[in-house]
Design a protein around this ligand. Structure first.
Ligand SMILES: Cc1ncc(COP(=O)(O)O)c(C=O)c1O
Length: 471
């Protein structure tokens, strides 16, 4: 692969990242520029977002209910942020509304709370969901899951079978737009079409999808329309505590909000309450205006570069990584590992190194390589345990230990996930360190911390508060 070409195309974007190449301390007492490969968890901040937030803070004020010029400026910024988010997901401005909240988790909980279920209603989720798009639905009505295949992809036949079997009962299909473990991209528009044909709406949890691929909710009534979309700004280079739930205004105009308080009403007496129109009805309390500004600023940058350009870059990086990982003995990738199919997945790569605990690999990468990854089950226990082929007896053993505060034997994977600014040098460093770990060429003596399951080196001297302190 042409390293120079790839590097040059994203070179400018790399300079957009706050804290890029920040030196971090290593076990041997030296320091190195950090390589961050945990973007699926949270991305760093775009410099343009930081600048826009700083500019806005001069004008920051209470919105809507405040008077004075700063309130006017802040209110129009907040309203414009809504429009920018709606455009970004291809929502229909005449039909849809953007409800701001904390993150995707809050968005999914809101949707789950706002649905009024009848006794026979059902929800159809998939087995690849993050807990945030699984747990909010549990206990609300009957919840069924679509199976996944051995490579972690959706079992389309099972999807069809279940929608046909429970036609008219399934009110909502809820699916991730991109799996946070395997990077798999479910065919969301095809899923939407089939859901609609069988009388169900669809929610796409776009926490992982939004920073990487174009989303087109589409016009109401079109067969492949996405009815609801949820996303998080901290995965989109704007970590200021905002997320959004986008869906039909008519849906949110129906029924009381799940969270009640200031800003949610038209008028209140001691006897009665008249709820405000959407989106105010569903945004109780003072909103996170700075977060909304940050998200909108980030979207503007993503659009300026072009989501397709970012996807192309990520595909090239993923293809290269899969090719090279395939050459490391004992490295097993979970999910699609075919380099030529890299365009059909995200650069979220989960793997194991034979014979070395996942948490130990992650620790060595961090303490000795200065590389940030993640290990474990990534808030997707059912999916990861399915990928690992864990049987019920094994699960029972893990469960007993975890409940006794021992996570030392909990299985898991290591995950490297790319942001739009990562380059081939980042990948090479990861691969180099994986090879060293495999060959046992590491320095540290690691202790297992049983309650957390994390490995910590005995000799690490650096103190985080020497690098950033609030006191
Ligand atoms: C697919 C998916 N859905 C939902 C979430 C939850 O996002 P948040 O923590 O921002 O609410 C995540 C977070 O990793 C995710 O990957």
């Amino acid at each position: 692969m042409n390293k120079g070409g790839l590097g040059n195309r994203v070179g400018d974007l790399r300079q957009e990242i706050v804290g890029i190449d920040q030196p971090v301390p290593l076990l041997d007492g030296t320091s190195r520029p950090y390589v961050y490969l945990d973007n699926a968890a949270s991305t760093p901040t775009f410099r343009g977002v930081q600048d826009k937030v700083n500019e806005f803070l001069t004008w920051y004020s209470s919105i809507h209910r405040g008077t004075g010029f700063k309130s006017l400026v802040a209110s129009q910024a907040y309203d414009t942020a809504r429009e920018i988010v709606a455009e970004f997901v291809g929502a229909d401005p005449t039909n849809d509304v953007v409800v701001f909240g904390k993150n995707t988790t809050e968005a999914v909980n809101k949707l789950a709370n706002r649905f009024s279920f009848q006794p026979d209603d059902m929800i159809l989720a998939t087995l690849m969901e993050h807990h945030s798009n699984d747990l909010p639905w549990r206990g609300r009505c009957r919840l069924e899951y679509v199976e996944v295949l051995a490579d972690g992809s959706l079992d389309w036949e099972d999807y069809e079978r279940k929608l046909i079997r429970w036609k008219g009962k399934i009110r909502l299909v809820t699916t991730t737009g991109a799996a946070n473990v395997t990077g798999y991209l479910p065919p969301i528009y095809q899923m939407a079409r089939f859901a609609h044909e069988h009388g169900a709406l669809i929610l796409v949890d776009a926490a992982q999808l939004a920073p990487h691929r174009r989303i087109q909710m589409g016009t109401p009534g079109s067969p492949d329309r996405l009815d609801f979309v949820a996303l998080s700004a901290h995965k989109m280079y704007a970590p200021f505590g905002t997320g959004a739930l986008i869906g039909p205004r008519a849906f949110f105009a129906n029924g009381p909000p799940d969270t009640r308080g200031g800003g949610t009403i038209e008028i209140v007496s001691l006897e009665e309450v008249f709820w405000a129109d959407p989106p105010d009805r569903d945004e109780a309390g003072s909103p996170n205006v700075v977060g909304a500004v940050a998200l909108a600023a980030s979207i503007s940058i993503l659009k300026r570069v072009g989501v397709e350009v970012l996807a192309e870059h990520e595909t090239a990086l993923t293809r290269y990584t899969l090719e090279r990982m395939g050459q490391i003995p004992g490295l097993r990738i979970f999910g699609s590992s075919v380099p030529l199919c890299a365009q059909d997945r995200l650069g979220v790569i989960a793997f194991q190194l034979e014979g070395i605990p996942h948490a130990k690999v992650a620790a060595i990468l961090g303490y000795e390589g200065g590389i940030g990854v993640r290990s474990g089950c990534f808030c997707a226990h059912p999916y990861v345990l399915r990928l690992l082929g864990t049987n019920p007896a094994e699960y029972e053993r893990f469960k007993q230990r975890v409940l006794a505060h021992d996570r030392s034997t909990l299985p898991g994977l290591i995950r490297a996930s790319f942001g739009c600014y990562n380059n081939i040098e980042d990948v090479d460093r990861l691969l180099d360190w994986l090879d060293r770990i495999r060959r046992g060429e590491t320095r540290g003596e690691y202790e297992l911390h049983v309650p957390s399951g994390a490995y910590r080196p005995r000799q690490f001297a650096a103190n985080p508060t020497d690098y950033f302190s609030l006191r």
